[in-house]
Ligand binder design. Structure first.
Ligand SMILES: C[S@@+](CC[C@H](N)C(=O)[O-])C[C@H]1O[C@@H](n2cnc3c(N)ncnc32)[C@H](O)[C@@H]1O
Length: 274
Protein backbone atom coordinates (compact mmCIF):
# COMPACT_ATOMS: atom_id res chain seq x y z
CA UNK A 1 0.00 0.00 0.00
CA UNK A 2 1.61 3.25 -1.05
CA UNK A 3 -0.89 6.03 -1.65
CA UNK A 4 1.11 9.18 -2.42
CA UNK A 5 0.49 12.01 0.06
CA UNK A 6 -0.75 14.34 -2.68
CA UNK A 7 -3.19 11.66 -3.92
CA UNK A 8 -4.47 11.03 -0.39
CA UNK A 9 -4.98 14.78 0.14
CA UNK A 10 -6.88 15.02 -3.16
CA UNK A 11 -9.11 12.06 -2.25
CA UNK A 12 -9.70 13.38 1.24
CA UNK A 13 -10.97 16.68 -0.18
CA UNK A 14 -13.09 14.94 -2.80
CA UNK A 15 -14.76 12.74 -0.18
CA UNK A 16 -15.26 15.66 2.23
CA UNK A 17 -16.88 17.72 -0.53
CA UNK A 18 -19.09 14.91 -1.76
CA UNK A 19 -20.31 13.14 1.39
CA UNK A 20 -18.97 15.21 4.27
CA UNK A 21 -16.93 12.34 5.63
CA UNK A 22 -13.65 13.42 7.25
CA UNK A 23 -10.76 11.06 6.54
CA UNK A 24 -7.65 11.00 8.70
CA UNK A 25 -4.18 9.91 7.59
CA UNK A 26 -4.69 6.58 9.38
CA UNK A 27 -7.47 5.78 6.86
CA UNK A 28 -5.04 5.86 3.90
CA UNK A 29 -4.52 2.08 3.72
CA UNK A 30 -8.25 1.28 3.88
CA UNK A 31 -8.93 4.02 1.35
CA UNK A 32 -6.44 2.56 -1.10
CA UNK A 33 -7.83 -0.93 -0.59
CA UNK A 34 -11.43 0.13 -1.27
CA UNK A 35 -10.54 2.34 -4.20
CA UNK A 36 -8.50 -0.38 -5.89
CA UNK A 37 -11.78 -2.12 -6.75
CA UNK A 38 -13.36 1.17 -7.93
CA UNK A 39 -10.30 1.66 -10.19
CA UNK A 40 -10.70 -1.91 -11.51
CA UNK A 41 -14.42 -1.40 -12.16
CA UNK A 42 -13.65 1.47 -14.57
CA UNK A 43 -10.75 -0.33 -16.25
CA UNK A 44 -7.91 1.45 -14.48
CA UNK A 45 -4.88 -0.44 -13.12
CA UNK A 46 -4.54 1.28 -9.76
CA UNK A 47 -5.61 4.10 -7.44
CA UNK A 48 -2.97 6.49 -8.79
CA UNK A 49 -4.58 6.24 -12.26
CA UNK A 50 -8.01 6.73 -10.68
CA UNK A 51 -6.80 9.93 -9.00
CA UNK A 52 -5.31 11.07 -12.29
CA UNK A 53 -8.65 10.55 -14.06
CA UNK A 54 -10.52 12.40 -11.32
CA UNK A 55 -8.06 15.30 -11.47
CA UNK A 56 -8.39 15.66 -15.23
CA UNK A 57 -12.14 15.20 -15.61
CA UNK A 58 -15.29 16.47 -14.02
CA UNK A 59 -16.76 12.99 -13.63
CA UNK A 60 -19.51 13.37 -11.02
CA UNK A 61 -20.46 9.67 -11.20
CA UNK A 62 -16.90 8.57 -10.55
CA UNK A 63 -16.59 11.03 -7.63
CA UNK A 64 -19.82 9.61 -6.20
CA UNK A 65 -18.49 6.06 -6.59
CA UNK A 66 -15.35 7.04 -4.68
CA UNK A 67 -17.29 8.67 -1.82
CA UNK A 68 -19.69 5.72 -1.61
CA UNK A 69 -16.85 3.19 -1.58
CA UNK A 70 -15.36 4.94 1.43
CA UNK A 71 -18.61 5.22 3.43
CA UNK A 72 -19.33 2.83 6.32
CA UNK A 73 -22.64 1.02 5.79
CA UNK A 74 -22.71 -0.99 9.02
CA UNK A 75 -26.31 -1.55 10.20
CA UNK A 76 -28.62 -4.21 11.60
CA UNK A 77 -32.29 -4.80 12.39
CA UNK A 78 -33.57 -3.07 15.54
CA UNK A 79 -30.09 -1.63 16.14
CA UNK A 80 -29.98 -0.32 19.73
CA UNK A 81 -33.08 -2.22 20.86
CA UNK A 82 -33.83 0.25 23.67
CA UNK A 83 -34.45 3.00 21.09
CA UNK A 84 -37.07 0.89 19.31
CA UNK A 85 -38.66 -0.02 22.66
CA UNK A 86 -38.91 3.69 23.56
CA UNK A 87 -40.39 4.50 20.16
CA UNK A 88 -42.96 1.69 20.48
CA UNK A 89 -43.92 2.29 24.11
CA UNK A 90 -43.60 6.04 24.55
CA UNK A 91 -43.02 8.03 21.36
CA UNK A 92 -45.43 6.59 18.81
CA UNK A 93 -48.36 6.42 21.25
CA UNK A 94 -47.95 10.18 21.82
CA UNK A 95 -47.64 10.97 18.12
CA UNK A 96 -50.63 8.77 17.28
CA UNK A 97 -52.80 10.42 19.94
CA UNK A 98 -51.80 13.87 18.62
CA UNK A 99 -52.37 12.97 14.95
CA UNK A 100 -55.63 11.08 15.49
CA UNK A 101 -57.66 13.73 13.62
CA UNK A 102 -55.58 13.75 10.47
CA UNK A 103 -54.65 10.04 10.74
CA UNK A 104 -51.24 10.63 9.24
CA UNK A 105 -47.78 9.50 10.28
CA UNK A 106 -44.50 10.53 8.63
CA UNK A 107 -41.19 8.94 9.55
CA UNK A 108 -37.77 9.51 7.96
CA UNK A 109 -34.86 7.10 8.26
CA UNK A 110 -32.13 9.36 6.87
CA UNK A 111 -28.87 7.53 6.06
CA UNK A 112 -30.65 4.16 6.18
CA UNK A 113 -27.83 2.14 4.58
CA UNK A 114 -29.38 -1.03 3.06
CA UNK A 115 -32.69 -0.58 4.83
CA UNK A 116 -32.80 -2.62 8.04
CA UNK A 117 -33.67 0.47 10.10
CA UNK A 118 -36.66 1.35 7.92
CA UNK A 119 -37.93 -2.26 7.85
CA UNK A 120 -37.54 -2.37 11.64
CA UNK A 121 -39.81 0.69 11.89
CA UNK A 122 -42.35 -0.86 9.50
CA UNK A 123 -42.39 -4.11 11.54
CA UNK A 124 -42.70 -2.19 14.79
CA UNK A 125 -45.75 -0.33 13.50
CA UNK A 126 -47.45 -3.51 12.27
CA UNK A 127 -46.72 -5.38 15.49
CA UNK A 128 -47.62 -2.64 17.98
CA UNK A 129 -50.23 -0.52 16.18
CA UNK A 130 -52.29 -2.96 14.16
CA UNK A 131 -55.37 -0.73 14.27
CA UNK A 132 -53.84 2.01 12.06
CA UNK A 133 -55.01 0.39 8.81
CA UNK A 134 -57.00 3.46 7.78
CA UNK A 135 -54.07 5.80 8.50
CA UNK A 136 -51.82 7.38 5.88
CA UNK A 137 -48.45 6.09 7.08
CA UNK A 138 -45.25 6.78 5.17
CA UNK A 139 -41.72 5.80 6.05
CA UNK A 140 -39.15 7.60 3.94
CA UNK A 141 -35.80 5.81 3.75
CA UNK A 142 -32.83 7.56 2.18
CA UNK A 143 -29.10 7.19 1.79
CA UNK A 144 -26.23 8.76 -0.09
CA UNK A 145 -25.43 5.49 -1.78
CA UNK A 146 -27.38 4.36 -4.84
CA UNK A 147 -26.15 0.81 -4.26
CA UNK A 148 -27.50 0.80 -0.69
CA UNK A 149 -30.82 2.29 -1.74
CA UNK A 150 -31.26 -0.34 -4.46
CA UNK A 151 -30.58 -3.07 -1.90
CA UNK A 152 -32.96 -1.47 0.58
CA UNK A 153 -35.67 -1.24 -2.08
CA UNK A 154 -35.33 -4.97 -2.88
CA UNK A 155 -35.74 -5.75 0.82
CA UNK A 156 -33.89 -9.05 0.46
CA UNK A 157 -31.42 -10.08 3.14
CA UNK A 158 -29.12 -13.05 3.55
CA UNK A 159 -29.81 -15.49 6.37
CA UNK A 160 -26.73 -14.08 8.13
CA UNK A 161 -28.04 -10.51 7.89
CA UNK A 162 -31.36 -11.59 9.36
CA UNK A 163 -29.59 -13.12 12.35
CA UNK A 164 -28.40 -9.62 13.23
CA UNK A 165 -31.18 -8.17 15.38
CA UNK A 166 -34.19 -9.85 13.77
CA UNK A 167 -35.89 -12.31 16.15
CA UNK A 168 -36.88 -15.58 14.36
CA UNK A 169 -40.60 -15.07 14.99
CA UNK A 170 -40.48 -11.62 13.35
CA UNK A 171 -38.57 -13.06 10.41
CA UNK A 172 -41.29 -15.66 9.89
CA UNK A 173 -44.07 -13.09 10.28
CA UNK A 174 -42.65 -10.31 8.10
CA UNK A 175 -40.37 -12.02 5.56
CA UNK A 176 -40.77 -14.61 2.80
CA UNK A 177 -38.04 -17.16 2.21
CA UNK A 178 -36.29 -16.80 -1.15
CA UNK A 179 -33.86 -19.71 -1.45
CA UNK A 180 -31.28 -19.06 1.26
CA UNK A 181 -32.34 -15.41 1.62
CA UNK A 182 -35.38 -13.62 3.07
CA UNK A 183 -37.47 -10.91 1.42
CA UNK A 184 -39.61 -8.40 3.31
CA UNK A 185 -43.31 -9.04 2.66
CA UNK A 186 -45.07 -6.64 0.26
CA UNK A 187 -47.02 -4.99 3.09
CA UNK A 188 -43.72 -3.84 4.65
CA UNK A 189 -42.14 -2.76 1.36
CA UNK A 190 -45.24 -0.83 0.31
CA UNK A 191 -45.02 1.28 3.45
CA UNK A 192 -41.49 2.55 2.68
CA UNK A 193 -40.47 5.06 0.01
CA UNK A 194 -36.82 4.98 -0.96
CA UNK A 195 -34.79 7.98 -2.11
CA UNK A 196 -31.15 8.66 -2.80
CA UNK A 197 -30.46 11.76 -0.71
CA UNK A 198 -27.10 13.32 0.06
CA UNK A 199 -27.61 15.15 3.34
CA UNK A 200 -24.97 17.69 2.35
CA UNK A 201 -27.09 18.90 -0.56
CA UNK A 202 -30.59 20.39 -0.60
CA UNK A 203 -33.11 17.56 -0.28
CA UNK A 204 -36.63 17.40 -1.70
CA UNK A 205 -39.36 18.43 0.71
CA UNK A 206 -40.80 15.14 1.95
CA UNK A 207 -42.06 16.10 5.40
CA UNK A 208 -43.16 17.36 7.72
CA UNK A 209 -41.88 14.42 9.74
CA UNK A 210 -43.23 13.34 13.10
CA UNK A 211 -40.19 11.18 13.75
CA UNK A 212 -36.68 11.24 12.27
CA UNK A 213 -33.97 8.63 12.74
CA UNK A 214 -30.61 10.14 11.80
CA UNK A 215 -28.42 7.53 13.39
CA UNK A 216 -24.77 6.66 13.07
CA UNK A 217 -23.94 9.11 10.31
CA UNK A 218 -23.35 12.43 12.11
CA UNK A 219 -20.18 10.97 13.62
CA UNK A 220 -18.53 11.07 10.18
CA UNK A 221 -19.09 14.83 9.75
CA UNK A 222 -17.25 17.86 11.13
CA UNK A 223 -19.12 20.33 13.38
CA UNK A 224 -20.09 22.90 10.68
CA UNK A 225 -21.50 20.08 8.51
CA UNK A 226 -23.47 18.61 11.43
CA UNK A 227 -24.88 22.05 12.27
CA UNK A 228 -25.85 22.73 8.69
CA UNK A 229 -27.69 19.39 8.33
CA UNK A 230 -29.41 19.65 11.72
CA UNK A 231 -30.65 23.19 11.10
CA UNK A 232 -32.14 22.21 7.75
CA UNK A 233 -33.57 19.04 9.24
CA UNK A 234 -35.52 21.06 11.76
CA UNK A 235 -37.39 22.66 8.86
CA UNK A 236 -38.43 19.20 7.65
CA UNK A 237 -39.81 18.19 11.08
CA UNK A 238 -43.06 18.98 12.79
CA UNK A 239 -42.43 21.53 15.56
CA UNK A 240 -43.36 18.83 18.07
CA UNK A 241 -41.49 16.04 16.26
CA UNK A 242 -38.88 13.65 17.60
CA UNK A 243 -35.29 13.16 16.46
CA UNK A 244 -33.15 10.14 17.36
CA UNK A 245 -29.43 10.12 16.63
CA UNK A 246 -26.96 7.27 17.18
CA UNK A 247 -26.10 6.00 20.65
CA UNK A 248 -22.49 7.12 20.21
CA UNK A 249 -23.47 10.55 18.87
CA UNK A 250 -24.34 13.78 20.65
CA UNK A 251 -25.46 17.30 19.81
CA UNK A 252 -23.60 18.66 22.84
CA UNK A 253 -21.30 21.50 21.78
CA UNK A 254 -23.23 22.20 18.57
CA UNK A 255 -25.24 25.34 17.98
CA UNK A 256 -28.47 23.67 16.83
CA UNK A 257 -32.16 24.31 17.59
CA UNK A 258 -33.03 21.14 19.50
CA UNK A 259 -33.72 20.27 23.12
CA UNK A 260 -32.26 17.11 24.57
CA UNK A 261 -34.77 14.78 26.27
CA UNK A 262 -34.41 11.43 27.98
CA UNK A 263 -36.84 8.56 28.27
CA UNK A 264 -35.59 5.64 30.38
CA UNK A 265 -32.05 5.08 29.11
CA UNK A 266 -32.59 6.59 25.66
CA UNK A 267 -31.92 10.13 24.44
CA UNK A 268 -33.85 12.00 21.78
CA UNK A 269 -34.19 15.60 20.64
CA UNK A 270 -37.18 17.86 20.09
CA UNK A 271 -37.15 21.00 17.90
CA UNK A 272 -36.63 24.14 19.96
CA UNK A 273 -37.83 27.66 19.22
CA UNK A 274 -35.29 29.44 17.00
C1 LIG B 1 -23.22 3.45 9.54
S1 LIG B 1 -24.52 3.60 8.36
C2 LIG B 1 -25.90 3.90 9.45
C3 LIG B 1 -27.13 3.12 9.03
C4 LIG B 1 -28.32 3.22 9.99
N1 LIG B 1 -28.77 4.59 10.13
C5 LIG B 1 -27.98 2.64 11.34
O1 LIG B 1 -27.85 3.39 12.31
O2 LIG B 1 -27.85 1.42 11.44
C6 LIG B 1 -24.17 5.24 7.71
C7 LIG B 1 -24.83 5.51 6.38
O3 LIG B 1 -24.73 6.91 6.12
C8 LIG B 1 -24.63 7.09 4.74
N2 LIG B 1 -24.07 8.44 4.48
C9 LIG B 1 -22.80 8.87 4.62
N3 LIG B 1 -22.69 10.14 4.25
C10 LIG B 1 -23.92 10.54 3.87
C11 LIG B 1 -24.46 11.75 3.36
N4 LIG B 1 -23.69 12.82 3.15
N5 LIG B 1 -25.78 11.79 3.05
C12 LIG B 1 -26.57 10.71 3.24
N6 LIG B 1 -26.12 9.54 3.72
C13 LIG B 1 -24.82 9.45 4.02
C14 LIG B 1 -23.71 5.96 4.28
O4 LIG B 1 -23.90 5.68 2.89
C15 LIG B 1 -24.16 4.82 5.20
O5 LIG B 1 -25.06 3.96 4.55
Amino acid sequence: MSLATADFTFLRELVANHSGQSLAARHAAVLEQRLTSVAGSVGLPNVASLVQRLRCSDDADLSAQVAEAVAVHETSFFRDASVFATIADRVLPQIIAKNSDRKQLRIWCAACSCGQEAYSMAMLIRDHFADLDDWDIRITASDLSQTMIRRAERGTYSALETTRGLPPQKRIRHFDRRGTAWRAKPELRERIQFHRINLLRPWPYLGPFDLVLLRNVLLYFNSPTKQNILKRLRGAMRPDGYLFIGAAETLIGLCVPYQRKEIDDTVHYRPAAI
